[in-house]
Write a protein that binds this ligand. Structure first.
Ligand code: FES
Length: 67
C-alpha cells in the first residue's frame, strides 16, 4: 500500500525502515524519503510508528529538536 505518493514509498518500505531503527517521522524521511515533499503522509507515518510500538512520534520529534 502506498503511504507517500510524492516519493512513491510503500508501507512495507516504511516498516522496514522502522525495523532498521527509524523512530520518528524525521528519521523515516532520512531513511526512505517518505514525508519529504508535501508532508501529507506524515499522519500515516506516525500511525505506522505507533503500530510498531514506537511512542508518540510527535513528542519524539520535539525532543530531537530540543537536543
Ligand atoms: S505524500 Fe509524502 S511527502 Fe507528499
Amino acid at each position: 500500500m502506498w503511504v507517500c505518493f510524492c516519493r512513491a514509498v510503500t508501507d512495507r518500505t516504511v516498516r522496514a525502515a522502522i525495523e532498521a531503527g527509524a523512530t520518528t517521522p524525521r528519521r523515516l524521511a532520512e531513511t526512505c524519503g517518505a514525508g519529504t515533499r508535501c508532508g501529507g503522509c506524515t499522519p500515516a507515518l506516525e500511525r505506522l510508528l505507533a503500530e510498531c510500538g514506537i511512542g508518540d512520534p510527535a513528542q519524539l520529534d520535539s525532543r530531537e529538536s530540543a537536543a
